[in-house]
Ligand binder design. Structure first.
Ligand code: SAH
Ligand code: SF4
Ligand code: F3S
Length: 468
């Protein structure tokens, strides 16, 4: 029996036990978009097993944590919440399942067993599809389960999925990462880079288009090296509609009727080949906001971080794209206070920020991760210096965003209307091609449509738009 067949069979077995019981589940997603996409698959399986969703943890019969360990504060979130759910376990026997990246860290699972021994299932990043079988075991013999693989699991196609949104959808195109940036835990918890087959991705996107989705975000830790590892290792794979690289994948998705926008995160600057630049330029549906993680603007730091490009190479790439792709803009990720960072190194980062003028900067204070080379480095930057630098970068970024937002006022922007505004349900919200949030007044039937809006005012985190 294939993995997906046994998955579907286990789902049926649990559904039979649960039928008619009106059971509820909650899922807490603590990580990145890949983690969110995994949660959508977990939710898909869980709903087929006869649970309905609730946000109220006290009402849930099953609580699933999908954890992240990229920084310390992501880990703290889990421990805080576990303290809270302990009482539900004691009062009503709620099933507690903890999965995701953090569970791939041995010291964390040990800590759970020692300090939070009331959990029922822990599962890692390679065994998502076995969740129904694990749940079946808990329901039938109630023995605590650890389902964590150290080796890379294969990619399982065809799992049920319950998507969070009706306009935008994420499609994971590859798992794992081979880059081993020296600060980063991801390669240790997500395993080696493996790409999904072109056919599986295109069938998924076609189905999304049929279901009415307008925007697709292609996900992976290093999307622009899609299928590269396979080619380097002479692993044979079947091409489909001419797709054999990231560039050809963009071109193929661009042809799918119904899909109107294509985004992707995250590419790595070192893998930005000419064919990808040309595909972005040629494909009208590919958004011209490119997320291009910088991490640091100092060549010394980039070397220590194992990023494989220099400050100059990064700036040259930006310049090249600005020359070749009309209206291209950039967003980025930056880490401050990595081990060994001097004041001069930090100033190099500020300089690059000033030069590129990013649309958005996701800023992080370096967080030491057990098992990574960064954690073993001497010259760790003291906390107060990290915080000072972070504040300084934040001020610069906010000033730049304010200036950039002002340039939008008076312009006409194509906005994909995504839904009602979370803060005010009289208003709608959407995004520009450059991923700026735009709030507008208008009828609900605009949801899912791309509208020309006149930008009338700017606020730090959003723009206000008017229908023309
Ligand atoms: N694969 C993607 C994203 C990885 S995680 C990429 O390479 O861009 C998202 C971001 O978290 C990273 O880009 C980095 O800026 C940040 N990050 C990763 N490890 C970190 C750490 N130990 N401390 C602080 N920030 C970190
Ligand atoms: Fe982490 Fe670097 Fe891989 Fe991104 S590319 S996931 S930062 S190791
Ligand atoms: Fe976190 Fe795992 Fe994503 S560590 S950032 S949830 S890949």
């Amino acid at each position: 029996m294939s993995n997906v067949e046994s998955n579907l069979e286990d789902i049926q077995k649990v559904a039979k036990i649960n039928a008619g019981k009106n059971l509820k589940y909650s899922i807490l997603t603590m990580g990145c978009q890949l983690n969110e996409n995994d949660s959508e698959k977990l939710s898909g399986m869980i709903e087929k097993m006869q649970y309905t969703k609730t946000e109220d943890l006290s009402k849930a019969d099953l609580i699933v944590f999908n954890t992240c360990c990229v920084r310390e504060n992501a880990e703290d979130k889990l421990f805080g919440k576990l303290g809270e759910v302990k009482k539900y376990k004691e009062e009503k026997g709620t099933i507690i399942a903890i999965g995701g990246c953090m569970m791939q860290e041995k010291h964390i699972v040990e800590k759970l067993k020692e300090s939070y021994p009331f959990f029922d299932i822990v599962f890692g990043t390679h065994t998502l599809h076995q969740f129904p079988s694990n749940l079946y075991s808990i329901l039938t013999n109630n023995k605590r389960i650890e389902d964590i693989l150290d080796i890379d699991g294969e990619i399982i196609e065809g799992l049920p999925i319950k998507r969070d949104d009706t306009v935008k959808a994420s499609v994971t195109i590859m798992n794992g990462c081979n880059n081993f940036c020296s600060y980063c835990i991801v390669p240790y918890v997500r395993g080696r880079e493996r790409s999904r087959l072109p056919k599986d991705i295109l069938l998924e996107v076609n189905k999304l288009a049929e279901e009415g989705y307008k925007e697709i975000t292609l996900l992976g830790q290093n999307v622009n090296s899609y299928l590269r590892v396979e080619k380097e290792n002479n692993v044979s794979f079947e091409e489909y509609e001419g797709v054999n690289s990231f560039a050809t994948l963009l071109r193929a998705i661009n042809k799918i009727d119904g899909i109107e926008r294509i985004r992707f995160v995250s590419p790595h600057p070192k893998d930005f080949t000419q064919d990808v630049i040309e595909a972005i330029r040629d494909c009208d549906k590919v958004c011209k906001l490119i997320h291009l993680p910088l991490q640091s603007g100092s060549t010394n730091m980039l070397k220590l971080m194992n990023r494989k490009y220099s400050k100059e190479q990064y700036l040259d790439l930006v310049k090249k794209m600005k020359n070749e792709i009309p209206n291209v803009t950039f967003s980025t990720d930056i880490i401050v206070g990595f081990a060994g960072e001097t004041q001069e190194d930090f100033e190099d980062t500020l300089e690059v920020v000033k030069e590129v003028k990013f649309e958005q900067v996701y800023m992080f204070i370096y967080s030491r991760r057990v098992g990574t080379p960064g954690d073993r480095m001497e010259n760790q930057v003291p906390d107060e210096v990290k915080h000072e630098r972070f504040e300084k970068l934040k001020q610069l970024v906010e000033k730049q965003i304010e200036e950039r937002n002002k340039q939008y006022v008076g312009t006409i922007q194509k906005v994909l209307v995504e839904g009602k505004s979370k803060n005010n349900d009289q208003m709608l919200t959407g995004r520009t091609d450059s991923n700026k949030v735009v709030v507008l007044e208008g009828p609900e039937n605009l949801i899912g449509k791309i509208e020309d809006l006149k930008i009338v005012s700017e606020h730090m985190w959003y723009l206000k738009g008017q229908l023309k």
